[in-house]
Design a protein around this ligand. Structure first.
Ligand SMILES: Cc1cc2nc3c(=O)[nH]c(=O)nc-3n(C[C@H](O)[C@H](O)[C@H](O)COP(=O)(O)OP(=O)(O)OC[C@H]3O[C@@H](n4cnc5c(N)ncnc54)[C@H](O)[C@@H]3O)c2cc1C
Length: 272
């Protein structure tokens, strides 16, 4: 049996941030993650002011801003006509970071992993939480390592940073009330020729539904998030040939898909 002040389960952005903050405050922590390494997918691509303010406390904000791409404006379209422009240029009294920053999730995770390592912490990859018990004075967890060996850990606290399908949330019978919206959405990283600007997000509405294009690192690469036309909305997977007409919604835009996925957005909240 081993002991620790805090056992953090999950090395996504939440667990890594928690680990980095706690270790810098002097806590004895362990952070375990069942996958072999950090994600290689771009996943979430926008970081907002509050996250950058948190990064600043970890002395990471300057690096993120330097490596990322700040957004100057959000251009709102109605069909192919501009309906509005929200500018993020200039300063604000409310935050030193008054702009969205394009900073992909894989970069965020590497930034936090490096920061954790500098403070003497390491993620234990290939290590899965199998079970946990909660006692009066602490918790007891069973971990499985990559070679199949099981380890019992006693920790003052266990942090459940194990994602949307959290085992810890189920184990503690915590609710996750909410529902999926009926409208199906699709998301793709595409190379796009057209009149989009590198520092602008463009979004709007057409007869087919809504769409948003976010600039990404890489020449002419964009993340498109859009509603699926109704005829596709019951399909679990969508081939890019079928979705292509949805991507080229505005005249003069030609695109080549890089990666894509389809999902149904929802709104769900934990009990506590
Ligand atoms: C294509 C795509 C686009 C996205 N775009 C956005 C976006 O624009 N904005 C946004 O806010 N979000 C977006 N998301 C969602 C975003 O990825 C999540 O919000 C984010 O990953 C949540 O971070 P997390 O650390 O809470 O959980 P996760 O990143 O899910 O990390 C949880 C970790 O826990 C590990 N784990 C689970 N169970 C165990 C266990 N028993 N033992 C050990 N480890 C365990 C998992 O392997 C995982 O690595 C997107 C996701 C995808 C896939």
């Amino acid at each position: 049996m081993t002991t620790s002040d805090v056992l953090i389960v999950g090395a996504g952005p939440t667990g890594l941030t928690m680990a980095t903050l706690l270790i810098r405050m002097g806590a004895r922590i362990r952070i375990v993650e069942k996958t072999p390494g950090p994600t290689e997918q771009t996943r979430a691509i926008v970081v907002h002011a509050k996250t950058l303010e948190l990064f600043a406390k970890l002395h990471l904000a300057d690096k993120a801003v330097e490596q990322g791409q700040s957004i100057d404006a959000f251009r709102l379209m109605n069909e192919d006509k501009q309906a509005g422009l929200i500018s993020f240029r200039g300063e604000s009294e409310r935050t030193p970071y008054p702009f969205p920053l394009i900073y992909t999730q894989d970069r965020t995770e590497h930034l936090l992993i490096d920061s954790l390592a500098e403070a003497g912490g390491l993620v234990e990859w290939n290590t899965e939480l199998l079970s946990l018990e909660q006692g009066l004075s602490g918790t007891r967890a069973t971990l499985r390592h990559t070679d199949g060996r099981e380890e019992i850990v006693e920790a003052g606290w266990i942090v459940g940073a194990d994602g949307a399908h959290s085992f810890i949330r189920y184990a503690l019978s915590l609710g996750f009330a909410g529902e999926s919206y009926k409208q199906a959405l699709f998301l793709a990283d595409i190379d796009l020729q057209g009149n989009l600007k590198e520092k602008e997000v463009v979004g709007g509405f057409t007869r087919l539904g809504f769409f948003t294009f976010f600039p990404m690192p890489g020449a002419r690469r964009f993340r498109v998030v859009a509603s699926l036309p109704l005829q596709y909305s019951n399909q679990e997977t969508l081939t890019h040939e079928r979705a292509l007409p949805c991507w080229a919604r505005l005249p003069g835009w030609r695109c080549r898909p890089h990666s894509q996925s389809c999902w149904r957005a929802g709104h769900e909240y934990r009990d506590r």
